[in-house]
Design a binder for this molecule. Sequence first.
Ligand SMILES: [Zn+2]
Length: 199
Amino acid sequence: MNYDILINKEHRLESDFVPSDLVITDNNENNFHNYKDPSLKPMITQTVLSFFQLLQQAGLKEGYHIIIDSGYRSYEYQQVIWDKNVAENGLEHTLKYIMAPGASEHQSGLAIDIAYIRNGVYTDDVTEDDPEYAWLINNAHLYGFILRYPKDKQEITGINFEPWHYRFVGQELARYLHDNNLTLEEYYILKNDVKNSRQ
Ligand SMILES: [Zn+2]
């Protein structure tokens, strides 16, 4: 799988796409919610887990304990979330806040929603005012991760600001996007412009 893959409403994954190297994370919500079902542990690809662990260790040195709260989600699971939201809140609301099946980066195994442990207590109340957020904004790219849906890019991504959602794109691209303040969508627009100008 290419780590720079663009997944959004216009670029969807096939319904039968499942990443080949999914692993169960060690730092998982089971530990904090006392779930008994091992299938509830977040899963991500092995590569993403390896890089996340490096990011996590760097954060811990600064006193920030960042964990993976949610990782891989299957097409079927996204369909369940979608259907439930449509039933409860209507289609208009759902279109605004929930990714349609196939359009969620979580199906790729390359996206994570983060949470924190503070003084031994789990919290998924992730905001832009968090010291952890400030640290991640300046450091996540060093480990190949980007904040996928920034606040000032909502028009471009089509997604509301999500301070908890990070996407692994590899270190080189993450550094490029960070240094040039670009989203993945903008990166692909630029790439196509270059391609077209050469033709
Ligand atoms: Zn997410």
